[in-house]
Design a protein around this ligand. Structure first.
Ligand SMILES: Cc1ncc(COP(=O)(O)O)c(C=O)c1O
Length: 366
């Protein structure tokens, strides 16, 4: 059996008629940029989250960048985040002119350790970007409390956490702003690049709307220095349809994670852990094993693809050498990066495939 790490052609097979109709109706309509599909999806997405405003943009990298610009980040400011994230979290901070400041993570959740934030705050610190990694919410109460104490802004990186909840409330609604990715493999994925900025703050929403479209108040009238980062009509129309499936898809991810948790419980593996106040949406199912290379090779020989999210923490990436972090500075991040492996998890994965992955992993440890 072959178990791919992801396979979006399965989604197309299932919804071919719907996708084809959606795409042809956008073509027939003839409007491709900032039209009714973008507005509809923005409204439906903000309603889904329980947020006041959603602004469609080109990607989550750009959503983070525009969010940072909207709160007035400028050269020399510092923004607190983690090093065990996708590179774009940090690209956005860097391109906004700020210095990323990395905090170590909790070994249980792999998310930012709120206890380690306060002693890294300086006079230059302006914002915190918690990342709800793998679909598991950060400890938002502690983060918001620290942000309020030091008058910092919070921008949630919700790129991997569509529909995840913390204390019964969807992530992306806690911070001043939040960024979502609709990269194709995400829990809610477009068929190309796409992203969203979410906020409950009217002034920030107005600002992001201007920033994403050259600062245009009216056509050809720029009232602030803006940029081009727009969600397009085809992606918005497809995403609006897929939004109606998101809860069902997240439920399927949960079922698969339950199968893995049960099937792998007695093995020398560290399984994902979460806390009762979290609803984890399992964008990724990440386990930890000691002999990772051998483990991945064994599964690959069995026809099972696995991936590491992420093998090199950002402070150890060649591009970010200039930040001058030494190995050992983020011990938990560095330790975890050596052991993590992501198993296949997506709504179209079949039970038989999940069972095969479990059986193969058991075989490895026997
Ligand atoms: C945690 C995190 N932040 C940001 C991004 C950037 O998203 P995008 O690819 O939409 O720019 C991603 C996607 O890879 C991500 O996983």
């Amino acid at each position: 059996m072959k178990v791919p790490f992801g396979d979006l052609s399965r989604q197309y097979k299932k919804y071919k008629k719907e996708f084809d109709n959606i795409i042809s109706s956008v073509f027939a309509n003839g409007n491709f940029i900032l039209g009714e599909n973008v507005t509809r999806f923005e409204n439906n997405f903000s309603n889904y989250l329980g947020a006041k405003h959603a602004i469609g943009v080109g990607s989550a990298t750009e959503a983070l960048f525009l969010a940072l610009k909207a709160i007035g980040i400028k050269n020399g400011d510092e923004v607190i985040t983690v090093a065990n994230t996708a590179v774009p979290t940090v690209s956005a901070i860097d391109f906004a002119g700020a210095k990323p400041v990395f905090i170590d993570i909790e070994e249980s959740s792999y998310n930012i350790n709120p206890k380690r934030i306060e002693n890294r705050i300086t006079l230059k610190t302006k914002a915190i970007i918690p990342v709800h990694l793998y679909g598991n919410p950060c400890n938002m109460d502690s983060i918001i409390q620290i942000a309020q104490k030091y008058d910092l802004k919070v921008i949630e990186d919700s790129a991997q956490a569509h529909g995840a909840q913390y204390k019964g409330k969807k992530v992306g609604t806690f911070g001043d702003l939040s960024a979502f990715s609709f990269y194709p493999s995400k829990n809610l994925g477009a068929n190309g690049d796409a992203g969203m900025v979410v906020t409950n703050n009217e002034d920030l929403a107005v600002k992001v709307r201007l920033l994403r479209n050259y600062g245009f108040e009216d056509r050809y009238k720029s009232i602030i220095r803006g940029f081009n980062s727009r969600l397009d009509e085809i992606q918005a129309a497809l995403l609006d349809f897929k939004l109606s499936k998101l809860d069902e898809w997240n439920l399927r991810r949960k079922q698969i994670s339950d199968m893995y948790n049960k099937g792998l419980e007695k093995l020398p593996i560290i399984l994902p852990s979460t806390v009762p106040e979290n609803k984890h949406v399992f964008h990724l199912f990440v386990i930890r094993v000691k002999q990772r290379e051998k483990f991945m090779k064994f599964l690959s020989d069995e026809g099972i693809s696995t991936v590491i999210h992420y093998p090199i923490p950002i402070h150890m990436q060649p591009a970010y050498k200039y930040l001058n972090y030494k190995k050992g500075f983020l011990p938990v991040t560095e330790k975890v990066a050596e052991e993590i492996v992501s198993l296949p998890i997506y709504p179209d994965l079949e039970d038989a495939e999940v069972e095969y992955v479990i059986k193969s992993i058991k075989k490895f440890f026997n």
